[in-house]
Design a protein around this ligand. Structure first.
Ligand code: SF4
Length: 486
């Protein structure tokens, strides 16, 4: 039987949320087969709310009325949706680009690295003491980059003298910050052994910290990797890793920082040619990451009939159907539209992220999910976006749904109002436009804000660039005037 006292849920240890028992199904590389989708559909139809939710780590969450029985957990293990080692299930936090192996511009297919690491976790139950949030990422140099996603350890493919190497990035910053390169370049064939050594040192540190707490009769949670890095410093960490490896990591050349082009962030949506000649993938917009079991089932069937037999979930809470023959692309697209979904990166839902809000979380001041839906359906009716606009709804200051800066951030203040921030600013949410704005008035506000942007921007100027150059007091005054007369 599933336990239900987790802070960070997995399948074997779920969390009791306001709207049910929340279980997280970890999907290495965001891959889920049609057959696996069928089982999940049955589970949420029989025991849950008939819905699944894609997370910002390309995992899947389900909500059920009761804790999952031993029989269901066994089924999920049989179908490869849960680890056969229950205690390390939560560590299967393995991210790759959703276009790994199909992007013509990628340097290497990283799916096999994700699979190797998953296998390593299965065979190393001693890692169960690690924090459930321990996360590893492999970025193969795809256009749809994941190197900026918050991860403890990230390997980014680079080409040096015609050979593929990986630049090592570590999560040195605060919660939610992107990992940073640490000037270590690892040949492709050594990536797994370096990852194993990094993890072993982290495990040794975790064991030491937990033993200290036990000796002092203190309750303690396992430390995050960034706490170890802050305690040891990178220098000492590498000394310990090199000791395990018996070779040096630091005599390798410095690598330049990867410059991220944010305009490509939603480029996975829509129809795209794959690296494999004659094959295409379709990126589907999933409103707030949520699909009904019926939608999931039909999308999984599409992947089985016309694609590679699997869905690829993305850290932007959307999904891809891959390996579609050119002749089938139209039929697949038509069926997606019939499901009430879109494939356009300019659809209002394409770039909206919202945390669970007051229906799912005790800390929430506002109902972020329904407020986000109200804005998206209003925009759908009244205007045509020509550029993805990233709205981030957060029920409180913790910012669970999205860790990177947004175009427009709406942060719950009390049960019916939001603080509204725009673009980049001194705090992570951006610069404050309003300190207290009624939730009911948000659709009109966002419509008018986007209209001002569309009418006044420079050619090719993004929303973020536009608002970063605005005097926000003037903008607030203009908005007040326009809305009064609307
Ligand atoms: S951001 Fe706040 S309200 Fe939203 S899920 Fe996280 S803790 Fe809850």
């Amino acid at each position: 039987m599933q336990s239900t006292n987790a802070i960070c849920p997995s399948l074997f240890n779920a969390t009791i949320a306001q709207d049910g028992i929340l279980s997280r199904i970890h999907l290495p590389a965001g891959l889920i087969t049609s057959t696996q989708c069928q089982l999940i559909t049955q589970v949420v139809n029989q025991f849950g709310n008939g819905e699944v939710q894609i997370t910002n780590r390309a995992n899947l969450q389900i909500r059920t009325n009761l804790a999952l029985s031993k029989e269901i957990l066994l089924d999920l293990q049989d179908y490869g949706l849960a680890s056969s080692c229950a205690n390390t299930d939560g560590l299967r936090n393995i991210m790759t680009s959703p276009t790994a192996g199909i992007d013509p511009q990628a340097k290497i297919n990283t799916i096999s690295l994700a699979k190797q690491w998953n296998l390593y976790l299965l065979n190393h139950p001693e890692l169960e003491i690690l924090s459930n949030k321990f996360s590893v990422c492999f970025d193969g140099g795809e256009v749809i980059s994941v190197s900026d996603r918050p991860n403890d350890i990230c390997f980014v493919a680079v080409e040096v003298d015609g050979e593929i190497h990986f630049s090592l990035y570590l999560g040195l910053g605060d919660r939610g910050e992107s990992p940073l390169p640490v000037n270590v370049l690892i040949p492709h064939h050594q990536v797994m052994e370096v990852l194993e050594a990094l993890t072993e040192v982290y495990r040794d540190y975790t064991a030491k910290r937990l033993n200290q707490s036990f000796a002092n009769k203190l309750r303690s949670r396992p430390p995050r990797l960034r706490e170890m890095l802050s305690d040891y410093g990178v220098q000492k960490f590498f000394d310990l890793v090199e000791n395990k490896l018996q070779y040096s990591l630091r005599n390798l050349s410095l690598m330049p920082l990867i410059q991220e082009d944010r305009t490509k962030k939603y480029a996975h949506l829509g129809i795209h040619a794959q690296k494999q000649s004659g094959l295409f993938y379709v990126g589907v917009v999933v409103p707030l990451g949520r699909l009904t079991s019926h939608q999931l089932e039909r999308l999984a069937n599409l992947a089985k009939q016309h694609g590679g037999g699997a869905l690829r979930l993305t850290p932007w809470q959307n999904l891809l159907i891959t390996d579609i023959a050119e002749a089938d692309v139209e039929a697949v697209t038509q069926e997606i539209l019939e499901l009430g979904l879109s494939i356009s990166a300019n659809h209002p839902y394409a770039a909206i992220a919202a945390c669970s809000g007051s229906n799912g979380c005790k800390s929430a001041h506002t109902n972020t999910q329904s407020d986000a839906r109200a804005i998206a359906s209003h925009l759908e009716k009244c205007m045509q976006l020509d550029y993805p606009i990233n709205l981030h709804f957060s029920g409180c200051d913790k910012s669970c749904a999205q860790h990177h800066p947004s175009d427009i951030a709406l942060v719950g203040k009390d049960f019916a109002t939001y603080k509204i921030y725009l673009g980049d600013g001194e705090i992570d949410f951006g610069r404050e436009l309003y300190g207290d704005y009624r939730a009911d008035d948000l659709p009109m506000l966002v419509e008018q804000l986007l209209t001002i942007y569309q009418n006044q921007r420079q050619p090719k100027q993004s929303f973020r660039e536009f608002v970063n150059h605005c005097d926000l007091q003037e903008l607030a005054n203009t908005l007040g005037e326009v809305i009064r007369h609307a």
